[in-house]
Design a protein around this ligand. Structure first.
Ligand SMILES: *[C@@H]1O[C@H](CO)[C@@H](O)[C@H](O)[C@H]1NC(C)=O
Ligand SMILES: *[C@@H]1O[C@H](CO)[C@@H](O)[C@H](O)[C@H]1NC(C)=O
Ligand SMILES: *[C@@H]1O[C@H](CO)[C@@H](O)[C@H](O)[C@H]1NC(C)=O
Ligand SMILES: *[C@@H]1O[C@H](CO)[C@@H](O)[C@H](O)[C@H]1NC(C)=O
Ligand SMILES: *[C@@H]1O[C@H](CO)[C@@H](O)[C@H](O)[C@H]1NC(C)=O
Length: 294
């Protein structure tokens, strides 16, 4: 069922629709082009009534619903079977409303979030990642990469040219970067980072072996990345490197001890974390003991 501007009063209409169509499972509201002559839009009260009479709903789209705010979003938990939710241009909603959706809508498997510009923090996203089994997530928010300062990407895949490299090229103001188990990350991504993010002060890499070109099974970044960081990221102060699932024999770590020492000695590193880095031995420790700012 598609419900546009002309349906008014919407609460009365919803009660009737649900009565005539008790199996209604997919509903879209779209108030694009709405003017006050159209009468009141769907609001919290309307959603409350709707949730009590439309018990089969699995798929809901709310587009340009200016009267739906965080308190309205909280009511979406009342749709017990809701699996797919699209929120398009809801100017009033914030992260706290979305967190309520993440907590309340236990069966959510698809979420589209488009043009909801007040949504900031990422607690809702973290909650979805940890406690829900989301299969599809689309977030389109025209935020400005140019002013992004902190960026954390965890357990995502990237591809050559698109994805990570494309993003990093634009993030000129980036100070803190965390890449946790990013599949497909390559030296060229880090080279791009070092060319374009001259203000980088902190980088955290968590790496696990993966199949690289030539089918070598090892962590994908090599000393080329360390060289690029050493050459261009003059403000780098904090460096964290955590390896998971690597072994001395196989699968290997892509970095060498020399490469790591070179980076640590050539930048004013104050904070250093190495974990699972068995390429490091007493020689390496001796070398970093001369790092001035550590
Ligand atoms: C909402 O309605 C507008 C105007 O009728 C239309 O252009 C737009 O595609 C619709 N949006 C969605 C998400 O269907
Ligand atoms: C949740 O979704 C699963 C299938 O994905 C379905 O079997 C189950 O009945 C749903 N739960 C509710 C409350 O609708
Ligand atoms: C993101 O949303 C804006 C405005 O709603 C739209 O113009 C743009 O095409 C969308 N981009 C993608 C990739 O969907
Ligand atoms: C880098 O940091 C300096 C000092 O905080 C700031 O003035 C400059 O605008 C930053 N550069 C970019 C590209 O954001
Ligand atoms: C990123 O750095 C490269 C190499 O210095 C440069 O050619 C490119 O213009 C930079 N990208 C942006 C968006 O500034």
């Amino acid at each position: 069922m598609y419900i546009g501007c002309g349906v008014f009063p919407v609460t009365v209409a919803l009660i009737r629709l649900c009565f005539w169509y008790p199996n209604l499972c997919k509903v879209e509201f779209n108030y694009s082009g709405w003017t006050s002559n159209h009468g009141m839009q769907l609001d919290k009260h309307g959603l409350q009534v709707f949730s009590s009479c439309c018990t089969s709903l699995t798929d809901l789209t709310l587009s340009f619903c200016t009267n739906v705010d965080d308190s309205g979003l909280r009511l979406l938990a009342c749709f017990k079977k809701l699996m797919s939710l699209r929120l398009n241009t809801l100017p009033a909603i914030t992260s706290s409303g979305l967190l309520q959706v993440a907590i309340g809508c236990k069966n959510l498997s698809s979420l589209h979030l488009i043009g909801c510009n007040k949504v900031g923090g990422a607690m809702w996203l973290e909650y979805l990642g940890r406690f829900r089994s989301l299969k599809e997530l689309v977030v389109n928010r025209s935020f400005s990469c140019e002013s992004l300062v902190d960026l954390t990407l965890a357990r995502v895949s990237t591809k050559k040219e698109i994805g990570l490299r494309y993003l990093l090229r634009k993030c000129k103001a980036l100070k803190n970067l965390c890449l946790y188990y990013v599949l497909g990350v390559q030296d060229n991504d880090i080279v791009t980072l070092s060319n374009n993010c001259s203000n980088l002060t902190s980088i955290s890499l968590r790496l696990t072996p993966e199949f690289n070109e030539g089918h070598v099974f090892r962590t994908s970044l090599t000393d080329h990345s360390l060289k690029a960081l050493a050459l261009r990221c003059s403000k780098l102060q904090s460096f964290e490197l955590i390896f998971w699932g690597c072994d001395e024999i196989w699968p290997e770590i892509g970095f060498t001890q020399e490469g790591l020492v070179m980076l640590i000695q050539s930048r004013p590193i104050r904070n250093l974390v190495l974990s699972g880095a068995h390429i490091f031995d007493d020689e390496g420790m001796k070398a970093i003991s001369s790092a001035q700012f550590l």
